[in-house]
Design a binder for this molecule. Structure first.
Ligand code: ADP
Length: 494
């Protein structure tokens, strides 16, 4: 509807209908038809911004009928906080400027916010004088929503990629050129993200792995499914990092991309290597007592057959017993290590008289010790909450180490006392001691002070520490090479 006569500003209406230069050459009917049938809103307003024309599409987009809105100021259509921008636009139009495809937020009659693209133009009369302004408005709310959703999903995707724990590379499947990479990728390769982008993906790997990498790459592209494989990454400084790659194809509209997720498996490799080393050592360690046992028992069988039981010597039976004891200990250590690793070392804590437990262990250990074991006077009734078997195991480990690493004729002292709300236990020897450099490491799995190591797996102190930690206690060492060592640990009082 167009109402050129009525303006709320009280201005005299424009002399001609506000169709600009169209009017002289076209019939008013055609203009009205175009005006009403346009899919875009067409809004006409006077020089002060009062709405004088409003087509059907405007009614659909803004929800106002022509009669409701004609006579009102165009700023009615702007959200409250944006109305102050309208005078600036009107000023530009009065200067004869056109404003193309301005994207703005507007409000519908029902209060809903919509996004529109507005093209504003001044309307001139025959003599070129600006008499009104036109606004052609396209509702782009849906387009905006889609763009917004895309931006949102792009943001989420970036967030996922940036904060992923693994290195992520995205490469063009046709050219093999890296088109995107995250911070972890930069960390893994020792290169900047900008440096990675544009690089050929094969450059990520050492040349000797080119063939293997090529196979992974081809199977992704040809078969289009994810692949998991382990290869090495060549860092900028020339070092190799073992990685596990899981790669897959992302098919887009225009391009096929390959996404490679690289997991640094250096730590896992280290543990695997350690395990391999351990297995080799374990096999060797277990073989020694088994060989002795076999030899001694074969000799016994031979003697028994020839001379009967008279010739069998007690020391030889004792040797068998000792070797069996050692074998059992080694096997138990391996079992405990496995239990600890899988979190299956369960405790059965109970109230225990520590003095009594210490006495029993010392009595047993004295039988196999060439050193004198001395129990310092323990204050009467030291009650602790412990798994008796496991604490006995801790004491046996510490005392056997003290025996193993000190000379015949020296003394091993064991003591316990209350301290700081806990019970402190210690085992002191006068043996070879441990240098500062090794003191922090001896509680690690498989660690042995090599040059001085006697047979064992380097598991004893690791298991000991885990047992003490499970009792919510602490364990530490004070030692001086050549003078001896004291191992301390704490337990919970009853
Ligand atoms: P192992 O089976 O080798 O004895 P442990 O875990 O019990 O393993 O000990 C780790 C290392 O700590 C040993 O190899 C040894 O070098 C050192 N160690 C342990 N206890 C003592 C000690 N009382 N005196 C000197 N060195 C010790």
């Amino acid at each position: 509807m167009i109402n050129p006569k009525k303006t709320s500003s009280g201005q005299s209406p424009p002399k001609s209908l506000p169709y600009g230069h169209l009017e002289p050459h076209h019939s008013p009917n055609l203009l009205k038809f175009l005006f009403d049938s346009s899919n875009d809103a067409i809004i006409i307003n006077d020089l002060k911004g009062i709405i004088t024309g409003w087509n059907k599409a405007a009614e659909r987009i803004y929800g106002y009928t022509a009669s409701e809105i004609i006579g009102k100021h165009v700023s009615t259509l702007a959200p409250k906080g944006r109305r102050n921008l309208v005078p600036g636009l009107l000023r530009k139009l009065s200067e004869g400027k056109k404003i193309q495809e301005l994207e703005a937020e507007r409000v519908r009659k029902d209060g809903a916010l919509i996004f529109v693209s507005i093209t504003l133009s001044p309307i001139k009369d025959r003599s070129g004088v600006i008499i009104a302004f036109s606004a052609i408005v396209r509702d782009i709310t849906n387009r905006k929503k889609v763009t917004h959703a895309l931006e949102e999903s792009e943001r989420k995707y970036r967030h996922l990629i940036e904060y992923a724990n693994d290195a992520i590379f995205i490469a063009d499947a046709d050219t093999g050129i890296i088109v995107d990479a995250n911070m972890k990728a930069a960390e893994l390769t020792g290169r900047k993200v900008e440096e990675l982008i544009g690089m050929h993906q094969t450059k990520l790997h050492p040349p000797e792995y080119k063939a293997k990498y090529g196979r992974i790459f081809r199977s992704q592209v040809k078969e289009g499914h994810g692949v998991v494989d382990s290869v090495y990454v060549l860092r900028k400084d020339g070092t190799y990092v073992p990685v596990e790659i899981s790669a897959g194809v992302i098919s887009g509209n225009s391009k096929t991309l390959i996404q490679g997720i690289f997991r640094n498996i250096s730590e896992r490799k280290k543990v695997e290597d350690l395990k391999k080393e351990f297995l080799a050592m374990a096999a060797h360690e277990l073989k020694t007592p088994v060989t002795t046992l076999k030899l001694v028992s074969q000799a016994h069988i031979a003697k028994f057959k020839r001379y009967g039981s008279d010739q069998i010597k007690l020391e030889e039976l004792e040797l068998i017993d000792r070797e069996l004891e050692r074998l059992t200990q080694l096997i138990n250590d391996i079992l405990d290590e496995t239990r600890l690793e899988s979190g299956k070392l369960f405790l059965k804590p109970e109230q225990t008289n520590l003095g009594k437990l210490l006495k029993n262990v010392i009595k047993k250990m004295q039988l196999i010790s060439k050193q004198k074991l001395v129990l310092k006077k323990v204050p009467g009734k030291l009650c602790v909450i412990v798994d008796q078997q496991r604490i006995e195991q801790v004491l046996v480990n510490l005392i056997s180490n003290a025996i193993k690493y000190s000379d015949r004729g020296t003394k091993i002292t064991i003591g316990a006392k209350k301290e700081g709300g806990k019970v402190l236990v210690w085992v002191t020897d006068e043996g070879i001691g441990i240098s500062k450099a090794h003191q922090n490491l001896i509680f690690d799995r498989f660690y042995q002070v090599k040059e001085k190591g006697l047979n064992g797996f380097g598991l004893g102190l690791y298991i000991t520490k885990q047992i003490i930690m499970q009792h919510r206690g602490k364990i530490w060492i004070e030692s001086e090479p050549g003078k001896g060592s004291t191992f301390y640990f704490t337990l919970q009082q009853c």
